[in-house]
Design a protein around this ligand. Structure first.
Ligand SMILES: [Mn+2]
Length: 340
């Protein structure tokens, strides 16, 4: 990967002459918002502002903080749009600055998008995705080559406030987001700046090992037994084609009491085999069949998801669905990856 300018330089250029620090520091009407179905990067980049700013900002998530990130400091301060839509809309309407973290288009905040658009507040985007909807924001700080929104927020805080302003809770939140978006530094971590940021954050006396445990060691016994079952009985491997997939029936999910969230990460088990380049997870839902695709090398699963499975995503991680039967979906998957 090409070496980029240092994030501090790019962020400084993108902020330009806007008095961002003043806007955030001098007002008690700041709102921070992140995307629907928040992950560790969304929650971490949201909460970090609560710890940094003296006037505590309003923290908004369209459908709240997922329970597995409830341990993060100040997670209880997040307003859940599903539970209290009016309060989220009021916070957006009254804010004079709205910080938008870890999303690139208004569709990612779902039913809160109209309230954000209508707000008279300045909209500041801090994000690391491609294809930003630039006309929706007043200031766009967009560095798609960065590991995570949390890394971007770290460099922004460092630029405007300096390292000493970052306390332990801020550092814990930012480190959590970097770890979740990089699979604990196993992908999206090609740029040296991510290690610089991580080293500085660890320097704030955070319990890095404890954070890794919080992120990774979250299984219930039934979830682990379910993984054991599907790896024994629902895994098909095609070494010649360097392809493997796992399928899960509705009955399997009922038997082990499994939710869709419990299958998060299951597809990556197909990829731990040395000879496998492309992996898939096919899971039956009541109305459709979901397909998740992963690729290690140069197979573009974004294109395949788009062409065959009504979906899309990234080159190496994408997903989609079919509306045919599970059996027909498996046949389609095999015809795409095995007989080509
Ligand atoms: Mn992210």
């Amino acid at each position: 990967m090409e070496r980029e300018l240092h994030p501090l330089d790019i962020i400084s250029q993108q902020i330009g002459s806007a008095p961002l620090k003043q806007w955030l520091e001098c007002s008690d009407r700041v709102a921070v918002i992140s995307h629907m179905n928040a992950d560790g990067d969304a929650v971490g980049s949201l909460l970090s502002w609560y710890h940094l700013l003296q006037h505590r900002p309003q923290l908004l998530l369209p459908n709240g903080c997922p329970p597995n990130f409830g341990w993060m400091p100040a997670a209880d301060k997040i307003v859940n749009g599903d539970a209290d839509r009016a309060r989220c809309e009021k916070a957006l309407a009254e804010a004079d600055t709205i910080v938008c973290v870890d999303f690139n288009t208004l569709s990612r905040i779902d039913f809160l998008a109209p309230a954000l658009s209508a707000s008279k507040g300045r909209k500041v985007l801090l994000d690391h995705h491609n294809d930003v909807q630039t006309d929706a924001f007043d200031i766009v700080v967009s560095l798609p080559h960065l590991s995570s929104a949390c890394e971007l927020v770290y460099w922004t805080m460092r630029l405007l406030w300096g390292e000493d302003a970052i306390d332990r809770d801020t550092a814990r939140c930012l480190y959590t987001g970097i770890c979740t978006d990089t699979g604990s530094f196993s992908y999206s971590s090609e740029q040296p700046s991510v290690y610089e940021a991580a080293a500085a954050l660890v320097g704030h006396d955070i319990d890095a090992a404890g954070i890794h445990n919080h992120i990774n060691d979250t299984f219930s016994e039934s979830r682990l037994r379910f993984y054991g079952f599907v790896l024994s009985h629902r895994l098909r491997v095609f070494p010649e084609s360097r392809f493997a997939y796992i399928y899960v029936t509705l009955e399997d999910q009922r038997r082990f009491g499994i939710t869709p969230a419990d299958m998060e990460g299951l597809v990556s088990y197909t990829m731990v085999m040395k000879q496998i380049s492309v992996g898939a997870l096919v899971r039956e839902e009541s109305a459709r069949i979901r397909v998740s695709l992963r690729s290690k090398h140069d197979v573009d699963v974004n294109r395949i998801a788009h062409t065959y499975f009504n979906g899309g995503g990234h080159t190496k991680a994408s997903g989609g669905h079919t509306t045919v039967s599970l059996q027909e979906t498996l046949e389609l998957l095999e015809s795409v990856f095995i007989h080509c």
